[in-house]
Design a protein around this ligand. Structure first.
Ligand code: SAH
Length: 221
């Protein structure tokens, strides 16, 4: 990434970013902590250079390898839900992708663990996030259906790719009273879902319909 890219677009984009945050408020995002972080995070650094001018539209954009950076509204909504009860300390994200959701979370949560199955995406995001100065994000190349057992338990697990049903291994890595949040269901019929650990039970709550890339098994060859 060149200095021109980082500073040049960054300078002109604060106003565009403010406008995007205004739209997120209109769509019902209320948590001021989340809005402040989105206002401060240069999303254009997380998309391909040719798409940088579209980075502050409220839309998902391609990031290569058939994957997308999530729509800002959904990043804001999920982050708001992550912070809904108490301030989680230890969060796992499944699906690093561009690294944008991890960057947003890392400004609100002390420790973020993120796993990705496509090595090229993981390495690009790792480099970018270290370059921008995030020291509290930990990366791992793996099939996130298995979570990250060595770092469990997690206060919150955030899925950014949709399984048809929630993998049991992930639920087993939730702290007591922890919860998982993410899209669940087949393509075309996914629901943003929260699964809360309550004593020995897991309680499912459906939030709203969403459209994410599918959670795939195994590493990308
Ligand atoms: N959080 C990302 C969203 C990227 S799209 C962002 O802010 O940009 C979802 C990502 O999940 C893709 O990069 C995809 O490769 C990844 N993914 C899909 N199945 C996965 C799995 N089983 N384990 C880890 N990552 C997975």
């Amino acid at each position: 990434m060149t200095a021109t890219r980082r500073h040049g677009i960054g300078m002109t984009s604060q106003r565009t970013r403010d406008r995007m945050v205004g739209r997120l408020e209109e769509l019902g995002i209320k948590d001021q902590r989340v809005l402040a972080v989105i206002r401060a995070t240069p999303r254009h650094l997380f998309v391909e250079e040719a798409l940088a001018s579209r980075a502050y539209e409220d839309t998902a954009l391609p990031i290569g390898y058939g994957q997308t950076i999530s729509q800002p509204y959904i990043v804001a909504r999920m982050t708001e839900l992550v912070l809904q009860t108490h301030r989680p300390q230890h969060v796992l994200e499944v699906g690093t992708g561009s690294g944008y959701q991890a960057a947003v979370l890392a400004q609100l949560v002390p420790r973020v663990y993120t796993v990705e199955r496509i090595s090229a995406l993981l390495e690009r995001s790792r480099r970018l996030l270290l370059d921008v100065g995030f020291g509290n994000i930990h990366f791992r190349l793996s099939d996130g259906s298995w979570g990250w057992p060595e770092k469990a338990p997690f206060d919150v697990i955030v899925l950014t790719a949709a399984p048809v049903t929630v993998p049991e291994e992930l639920l087993a890595q939730l702290a007591p009273s922890g919860f998982l949040i993410g899209p669940v269901g087949p393509e075309g019929a996914q629901q943003l879902t929260i699964v809360r650990r309550e004593n020995r039970r897991f309680v499912h709550q459906i939030i709203e319909p969403v459209s994410f890339v599918p959670l795939r098994r195994g590493l990308e060859a």
